[in-house]
Design a protein around this ligand. Structure first.
Ligand code: ATP
Length: 235
């Protein structure tokens, strides 16, 4: 579904991504792991079109999307849910969700997507008319994912959905990600600092360090590799 080849991105003199190659199979959950500053967020921003790569290619669903602007990538079915969700706190829950499907022309389609989001996250349905500012951290993260789903993507790029959340809330979010894959065959690229919980739902993992992939493999194999865990995953 997603193929990265030699992907390189810089901020001025800082080379945040340095020749990253990766392949994400359709319907899989793939975790991108690594310490602070390893380049995980930069990877998602580059794939999602928020940052132009200085070298390398991004292929999504059979199309070379390298250098495409973010909105065009979204319309193609690859949706980026940024770190902290990017929820607009002044708007209500429903208004935030609707933002995710603004570009869709078909009204019935938008209504159906909204109903699905509320079905997936009943808590959001209960709070649909409340400003997003009143939501808890976990509810905001659900809102961010729900908004991403409003455009009915083929693939989600999720940046640290567990950031700042209690372990139980994190678990609920990860279960929803599993459910989305099971229900709709959604493909997910999941960036996490919390490697243990990410690998508990992921099929595969890639470990980044200083902008390079230093290890990759089946989630079980990464979990079983003590040396790797100690050196890069922090547990
Ligand atoms: P975190 O978990 O802290 O978000 P990360 O693995 O996502 O870490 P990135 O945020 O992608 O890492 O950062 C990779 C490198 O790029 C780091 O050295 C960081 O300092 C640098 N960097 C990130 N954003 C910028 C920016 N806007 N300007 C300059 N340097 C940046």
């Amino acid at each position: 579904m997603l193929e990265l080849e030699g992907l390189t991105a810089t901020y001025g003199a800082v080379r945040a991504l340095d020749g990253v190659g990766m392949s994400v199979a359709e319907g899989s959950i793939t975790a991108v792991l690594g310490a602070n500053g390893a380049g995980k967020t930069t990877l998602l921003r580059t794939v999602g079109g928020l940052l132009g790569p200085t070298a390398g290619r991004v292929r999504f669903d059979g199309t070379d999307i390298t250098g495409w602007p973010a909105d065009r990538i979204t319309r193609r079915g690859l949706v980026h849910v940024p770190e902290n969700g990017g929820v607009i706190t002044e708007l209500t829950v429903e208004e935030n969700l609707r933002l995710g499907a603004l570009w869709r022309r078909d009204r019935a389609d938008r209504a159906a997507a909204l109903a699905e989001a509320f079905e997936l996250f009943p808590r959001l349905a209960e709070r649909r008319d409340k400003p997003a500012a009143t939501l808890s951290g976990g509810e905001r993260q659900m809102l961010a994912i729900g908004r991403g789903l409003m455009s009915r993507p083929k693939m989600l790029l999720l940046d640290e959905p567990s950031l700042g959340l209690a372990p139980l809330v994190t678990l609920r979010i990860l279960r929803v990600i599993e459910e989305l894959r099971a229900r709709a065959g959604l493909t997910v690229l999941l960036v996490e600092q919390n490697a243990r919980s990410a690998l508990s739902v992921a099929d595969h993992g890639h470990v980044l360090s200083l902008g390079r992939v230093v290890a990759a493999g089946a989630a079980d194999a990464l979990l079983a590799d003590d040396q790797l865990r100690h050196a890069y995953l922090g547990f």
